[in-house]
Design a protein around this ligand. Structure first.
Ligand code: HEM
Length: 455
């Protein structure tokens, strides 16, 4: 195992270079999720295209791979600016007497209501026709986008046509991915541009609305600020001046994107895993019923259900939504050899990609890695897991800032589903195919039959 990985976690001290061109801003933000999975895609399909060093289980990005050297530099300076913003965000919350948990707890009732809206929607469908099939990935992506918007923007959905917003977001994400591989045809190019323009106008409208709200809202001082409040009311730590509209859009789109497809795929993957492991479904339901006795789960209930946590963690191991963790080496670094191979000397400014699934699937770190076994994360066994080999949320100082929130979200939806329904896979097993896009998506959706539980 590479022992020096933690050294790569320094946040480079680059200042973002904003301009007012929305398209450029958006491309830069999106590159975080675009270039990295794309390189991984190339790596998986044609290892020799990249300067791959499998013996060390890291991928070293050959500089020539980048289509445009300048673009590559911008991408990584923007990556660091996004991450550099997080300690600032934490500090602000702390100054207001909040911590990450209190922020999540405050949001919990709204998020649970949102989840219940979906449960009721599915219940109606099933009551209407008990043979109905739910496209679980599509549904959970909608849930995840709305939940993420709620956390970041405290979105009042009256101000946002979520359906059109989601469609546009999907068109932009998909268009950028296809652009990367030169596959974007004229028709989709048009749709892509339209979607970018739509999202730009929506974000500008939201910014204006929030500025006005903050001006007129007397309780503003006591209110727990969401990310959007901070962006429209505080100074940019990099410039010491108020955030520009372009910068606000940059952060908003970056955070929304980071939360949308990740959580939106993690939930259906977990449901899929439960359908394939009947014993897990039975044991999980026993725990849920015993803990809740039919009432709705509170935030504390979700933390107290150990088996539920283990199931979600194992699902994130087997079906990790994110392919990669990326680091830029600030100085020359030697990676100690794994096996008998030689140590690896890496130059400063090399970008390395740490492929999450290669660790999660390695029998050296997880015995019988193909087996879905939630008890790997039981209190007595979890300590045997080597540091950084389990990393669905990354690791070190740049670990996903929303890890606890995302875990809570996934557990909440799984809990609410199993309280109400039995879950069955409604597609051929071989049609469950994971496709690497910005995050790993189920190519043919995850088709699920929900059966109402008898009272
Ligand atoms: C199951 C859900 C999620 C997974 C698997 C996931 C995974 C990841 C991973 C692997 C990283 C890179 C970490 C590193 O470099 O060490 C990351 C970064 C990030 N994630 Fe998440 N994430 C999830 C949900 C979310 C949500 C819901 C949000 C926001 C509401 C979010 C916001 C971010 C942000 C802003 C970063 C960039 C951090 C930085 O640059 O330092 N993520 N996430």
């Amino acid at each position: 195992m590479i022992s020096c990985v933690q050294n790569y976690n320094e946040i480079p001290n680059n200042k973002p270079d904003y301009n007012d061109d929305y398209y450029n801003q958006f491309m830069i933000v999106i590159s975080l999720f675009l270039i990295i999975p794309s390189l991984y895609f190339l790596y998986r399909n044609s290892p020799r295209l990249l300067n791959v060093t499998p013996k060390a289980n890291v991928i070293i990005v050959d500089k020539k791979i980048s289509p445009d050297e300048n673009e590559k530099n911008e991408i990584f300076s923007e990556m660091s600016s996004c991450g550099g913003f997080i300690p600032y965000l934490r500090k602000l919350h702390k100054n207001q007497g909040n911590n990450v948990t209190s922020v999540i707890v405050a949001k919990y009732p709204t998020l649970r209501n949102l989840a219940l809206e979906f449960i009721e929607r599915w219940e109606k469908v099933v009551m209407n026709d008990k043979n109905s099939i739910i496209k679980m990935q599509e549904e959970c992506l909608e849930f995840s986008l709305r939940a993420t918007l709620n956390v970041i923007v405290s979105s009042n959905e009256e101000n946002l046509d979520v359906k059109t917003y989601k469609k546009s977001y999907d068109a932009v994400l998909s268009g950028l991915f296809d652009k990367q591989f030169g596959k974007l045809d004229t028709l989709h190019e048009e749709r892509f541009q339209e979607s970018i323009n739509y999202m730009k106008s929506v974000t500008c409208k939201l910014i204006d609305q929030r500025r006005n709200e903050l001006k007129t809202n007397n309780e503003g001082e006591n209110k727990m600020k969401d990310l959007f409040d901070i962006l429209v009311s505080e100074n940019d730590p990099h410039t010491g001046k108020p955030f520009t509209d372009a910068a606000i859009t940059h952060y908003m789109c970056g955070y929304t994107m980071a939360g949308y497809h990740t959580t939106g795929t993690a939930i259906p993957y977990t449901i899929f895993a439960i359908t394939q492991n009947h014993d897990v479904q039975v044991k999980l339901r026993e725990e849920i019923d015993k803990t809740l006795g039919g009432r709705l789960p509170t935030f504390d209930d979700l933390s107290s259900m150990e088996y539920l946590t283990q199931v979600v963690k194992e699902s994130l191991r087997v079906y990790a939504p994110a392919s990669f963790v990326a680091r830029l080496l600030k100085s020359e670094t030697i990676l100690p050899a794994m096996d008998e191979s030689k140590d690896l000397r890496l130059k400063a400014n090399t970008t390395i990609l740490y492929p999450i699934p290669l660790y999660h699937e390695d029998p050296k770190f997880f015995t019988q890695p193909e087996k879905f076994d939630p008890t790997r994360f039981s209190p007595d066994k979890i300590k045997n897991i080597e540091p950084n080999t389990y990393c669905p949320f990354g690791f070190g100082s740049r670990i996903c800032p929303a890890e606890r929130y995302a875990l809570m979200d996934i557990k909440m939806v799984i809990c609410l589903i199993l309280q109400k329904f039995n879950v069955k896979l409604a597609m051929k097993l071989e049609d469950f195919v994971i496709e690497e896009r910005f995050v790993n998506m189920a190519k043919n959706d995850v088709l699920i039959k929900l059966e109402l539980r008898s009272k």
